[in-house]
Design a binder for this molecule. Structure first.
Ligand code: PLP
Length: 374
């Protein structure tokens, strides 16, 4: 028993730490192999943009100085990209940092937050850490015609109570890859009371087909209580640098800024992100490769008679028709790291990041072998 647990604040006493994907080096050390692949954390198989690497390298010699705490150049470029005022942008040490800031600024033991079943693990962490009540909406059922396991925006709306200060929704959602359409989102935002902050997590926005992308600047001008989070960790391939941001009404950004660490985003990350925004070719290549990979998995799973959740993100969750933990472990022995999602209450599923064609083939070959053995 941890002696200090009783001294921790009550929300923290009940927390379970976030389980990250297993690092490649750890598996290689354990198995004594050298060719493991990790498709467990939705990282970009093409790596970062070359422009981003050079930009980070250019500033690395200046890191005796503190970074620009407000990240002026980057936030200006982001404001221009999104057609909003610079005061709408808040930079975060990953978009995860923004989610934390929202918890600290808007939630307490006297309030509640709403999110869906099968949604990103960080929402419950942020809510529980400050002792707020989590009001968890039902997702669409597994046999739903249109969007199995997807967010049911009606039930999310129904779960909002007088104590609710924040609603977290993700489009597309992790770990399901599911989405909702722009008009469904607008109808939802129209109903939600003005004083409830709606956090729309768009970590995988750039992977979405054009026709499904909601119009960011129109939505923000229409709904003062909307905050959108984006990240450089996924399609931009900068997960290791930790940089993300939110776009919100300046009044909301002002509040986040009060709890933000003065230097929450680092100098190489700001420089790399600024350069990455302009490398449209890298984004286009990453998104085309991903679309091919999603098709490759869908085709293979269908041939293997495995059900999967249709995804528009850079990962796909597949039902292995049995407890997925031994399958996950079998894949590890083949040098393939994917993500079990039992902690999301999806014990029969594995979430697989879309890699390049060769990596995807390796996953599929290993999966066929392991499914026969388990
Ligand atoms: C990966 C992810 C994030 C954020 O990651 P950061 O690296 O902290 O920017 C946020 N939301 C969802 C749904 C994600 O999958």
């Amino acid at each position: 028993m941890n002696d200090f647990l009783k001294n921790a604040v009550s929300g923290v006493q009940l927390l379970q730490p976030y389980q990250p994907g297993k690092p490649v080096e750890e598996l290689e050390r354990e198995l004594g192999i050298s060719n493991a692949i990790k498709l467990a954390s939705n990282e970009n198989p093409l790596g970062p943009s070359k422009k981003a690497i050079s930009a980070a390298q250019e500033v690395i010699g200046d890191v005796n100085f503190y970074p620009d705490g407000a990240g002026h150049k980057l936030s200006l470029a982001l404001a221009q990209k999104h057609g909003v005022q610079q005061a709408c942008i808040t930079l975060g040490n990953g978009s995860n940092d923004i989610l934390e800031l929202i918890g600290r600024a808007f939630l307490s033991v006297n309030s509640s937050a709403v999110y869906s079943e099968y949604s990103f693990a960080v929402y419950p962490l942020v809510v529980q850490a400050v002792g707020a009540e989590a009001r968890v909406a039902k997702a669409f059922p597994a046999d739903h015609e249109k969007m199995p396991y997807g967010h049911d925006l009606n039930d999310i709306y129904e779960k909002i109570s007088t104590t609710t200060r924040v609603v977290f929704i993700a489009n597309p959602n992790n770990p399901t890859g599911t989405w909702f359409e722009a008009d469904e989102l607008t109808a939802f935002l129209t109903k939600v009371p003005d004083q409830v902050l709606v956090v729309l997590d768009e970590a995988y926005f750039e992977y979405m087909p054009e026709e499904l992308k909601p119009d960011t600047s129109t939505l923000l001008s229409q709904f003062k209580n909307l905050l959108i989070t984006r990240t450089f960790s996924k399609i931009y391939g900068l997960a290791g640098l930790r940089i993300g941001y939110s776009i919100s009404h300046p009044d909301v950004a002002d509040i986040l800024n009060r709890v933000r660490q003065p230097f929450n985003t680092n100098m190489p990350a700001q420089a790399a992100a600024l350069a990455a925004i302009d490398d449209q070719a890298h984004i286009d290549n990453s998104s085309s490769l991903n679309a091919l990979g999603l098709k490759q998995y869908a085709k293979a799973f269908t041939q293997m008679n495995l059900k999967f959740i249709p995804s528009i993100a850079n990962f796909i969750s597949v039902n292995v028709n049995k407890n997925a933990m031994p399958v996950y472990e079998g894949l590890l022995r083949e040098g393939v790291i994917v993500r079990p999602v039992a902690s999301y209450n999806m014990p029969d599923f594995l979430r697989i990041t879309v890699g390049n064609e060769e990596q995807n083939n390796r996953v599929l070959t290993a999966l066929k072998k392991v499914l026969q053995e388990t």
